[in-house]
Design a protein around this ligand. Structure first.
Ligand SMILES: Cc1cc2nc3c(=O)[nH]c(=O)nc-3n(C[C@H](O)[C@H](O)[C@H](O)COP(=O)(O)OP(=O)(O)OC[C@H]3O[C@@H](n4cnc5c(N)ncnc54)[C@H](O)[C@@H]3O)c2cc1C
Ligand code: FES
Length: 577
């Protein structure tokens, strides 16, 4: 049972742009406390609008304020009530005893139900002035806060008593669910038990499904995974347009290949005349059961790798690293999905579309396919995608920037010119999704957007969508690889310590893996984006030992390394991961 508790403050807020870690992002976390009565209708406190979750009410407790101020060495008076972004500040709450589904009366009128623990994100660590690593301490502590939905509307005011009127002793506690979601040791059975709870909200169910999917996916992704290069044979080539060919690749050892996340890519190593080059090509087909991969490559003028591949014949061998990349479809998302591609940027989208359509029709979110190309002759996979509309009800919109005289709008394509954010928003409509027998209307700002295309198009759409308040916009940039840095390799083996992750791993020259690939193979998850030495997202400090880069990188200090193309240059290496 919850200890005696009462309301000390209330708050409402609407999303505002805040500069969070260098980016302008919408958030409702910054707010002022109120000490007057606030009416809670069926959607939460009147006047309140969360930026990125759809629960009615967030509750946090003052006794946790005292705890964290001491932990973080912060003057208690510098935190006003509502500092953690809560709508209701209680004097005392205990997430270790409060259970999912518990029903609570606050004051004389309002009745609310506990729905889910807070899922803390970087916006919270920013608000608290702490490093992002603090989020796992918050989850471990159980002092996490929780969401509630309004069952009976009413006015809530300071000093109102918070009384649990219906407890569910057989349900997991708020803190317990929060830890299960974070822990890498959580089993499917545990999560399925949580999933079977009655009255789960779409928000809670999304997080549970995500966790189930992650547990299942991780075991699939690990099976047959290899480290370093593996020989593959090009066993089939298909011309998709005059300058885009698809290549079907099977492992030369005829063993199975691991699954991958839809949107990921392969690193391919080619011997082009006297030079060894490495290029990345997205997996353009999602067939989890197959013994082969497909990539689709556009021939670039004077491009070394793409020209070599276009000239290759069936039976030729290439070397490949296992699938990687952090641009992939979140297949647990229940929100509508928008896949937007320009030109050859269509390749990761194809895998995403196929993966999405493999899902059960009843749990599948609506999906939009928006493809920008020059005209019909330059329109790869057109027939494949059109077949999906009829079969599976995908919303399709083809944008042609240079249609020929014979091509007509409404027949061959849907609009012409360039895709602006306003045009994009006019294509999308509010979608009704079905959840637990209820229909919920979701406006486009809550959709998940995936972008891949020419840089100007991608940048314009990304910033336009952000300005319109869209939270979930993901993109991949098809940067060309930097030149290889062919330094003499004198070191065969090294011990690498990833300091903060507390892992010591053995690196071998013959595996030809970067510090990033080595870490990932052993389940560490350092940050990265381009994986080709250009974005510097994977830059970390070298604490002891020496490194070298396999690509010609610029702007890196002597005590720094880019994990994606860095390798040890001393037998002992300690890096700050
Ligand atoms: C994650 C990821 C996924 C990708 N997926 C795909 C995909 O699915 N399909 C696809 O086709 N591409 C994809 N790419 C792009 C791909 O990796 C290659 O960049 C692309 O195929 C061109 O490679 P290339 O070797 O033919 O050209 P490069 O030899 O790299 O040359 C690229 C361009 O730069 C010019 N250039 C090269 N060197 C110089 C120089 N010294 N000075 C001036 N100009 C120069 C060339 O003329 C050419 O126009 C992806 C890239 C990334 C990062
Ligand atoms: S991931 Fe971009 S530089 Fe390493």
């Amino acid at each position: 049972m919850l200890m005696e508790s009462y309301v000390v403050a209330l708050s409402v807020s609407t999303p505002k742009l805040e500069n969070i870690n260098g980016k302008d992002l919408r958030t409702s976390i910054v707010r002022e406390p109120l000490y007057n009565p606030v009416y809670f209708d069926q959607t939460g406190p009147v006047g309140n609008k969360p930026a990125d979750h759809i629960e009615d009410v967030f509750v946090y407790s003052e006794n946790h304020y005292d705890y964290w101020c001491e932990e973080f060495n912060i003057e208690r008076s510098s935190w006003k009530h509502a500092h953690w972004g809560e709508n209701i500040t209680l004097n005392h709450a205990c997430e270790e005893t409060l259970r999912i589904g518990d029903i609570v009366r606050i004051g004389n009128e309002a009745v609310l139900q506990v729905t889910f623990p807070r899922i803390p994100c970087f916006k919270l660590s920013w608000r608290l002035g702490q490093a992002i690593s603090v989020l796992s301490d918050i989850i471990d502590s159980g002092r996490i806060g929780f969401y509630m939905n309004v069952i009976e509307p009413g006015t809530i005011k300071p000093n109102d008593i918070f009384t649990v009127i219906k407890s569910h002793p057989q349900h997991p506690t708020v803190a317990g669910v929060s830890r299960m979601l974070q822990s890498s040791g959580t089993s499917i059975v545990q999560m399925l038990e949580v999933k079977s709870l009655p009255d789960l909200t779409p928000w809670g169910l999304t997080w549970i499904n995500k966790k189930i999917h992650t547990i299942e996916e991780l075991s699939q992704l690990k099976e047959y995974r290899w480290l370093g290069w593996r020989s593959f044979t090009i066993n089939h080539i298909v011309a998709e347009t005059h300058d885009i060919y698809s290549f079907y690749l099977s492992p030369s050892d005829t063993q199975a290949v691991p699954a991958f996340r839809p949107g990921q890519h392969l690193a391919v190593r080619l011997q082009v005349e006297n030079e060894v080059i490495e290029r990345r090509w997205s997996l353009s087909e999602y067939c989890p059961d197959k013994m082969q991969y497909r990539i689709s490559i556009k021939k670039v003028d004077n491009g070394l790798g793409s020209s070599w591949m276009h000239a290759a014949k069936e039976g030729v061998q290439v070397e490949i690293k296992a699938p990687s990349g952090d641009f992939y479809l979140d297949n647990t998302d229940i929100m509508p999905i928008v896949l937007i591609s320009g030109g050859i940027g269509v390749t990761p989208m194809l895998a995403m579309l196929q993966a999405h359509l493999l899902k059960d029709k009843n749990t599948r979110a609506p999906i939009y396919w928006i493809q920008c190309v020059l005209n019909k002759d330059n329109h790869p996979f057109r027939d494949d995608v059109l077949a999906k509309v009829e079969e599976l009800g995908v919303h399709i919109h083809f944008v042609y920037s240079g249609p020929t005289e014979n091509e007509t709008i409404g027949h061959d394509y849907h609009s012409c010119g360039l895709l602006s954010v306003d045009k994009l928003m006019s294509i999308l409509k509010t979608e009704n999704i079905k959840f637990n027998g209820k229909t919920i209307a979701i406006p486009p700002a809550f959709f998940s957007f995936y972008l891949c295309g020419p840089k100007p198009m991608q940048q314009a759409l990304y910033s336009g969508l952000k300005e319109k308040g869209v939270e979930k916009v993901f993109f991949e940039e098809f940067v060309s690889a930097l030149a290889m840095n062919n330094a003499d390799n004198t070191l065969d083996v090294a011990t690498v310590t990833y300091k903060n992750a507390k892992k010591q791993l053995s690196w071998h020259l013959e595996d030809d893996v970067s510090l990033l690939e080595l870490a990932e193979f052993y389940d560490l998850k350092p940050q990265y984006q381009c994986r080709s030495g250009q974005c510097h997202r994977c830059k970390v400090k070298v604490l002891e030992g020496k490194v070298r880069h396999t690509l010609s990188v610029e702007g890196i200090g002597e005590d720094e390394v880019l994990l994606c193309c860095g390798v040890p240059d001393s037998s002992q290496l300690i890096i700050d991961v």
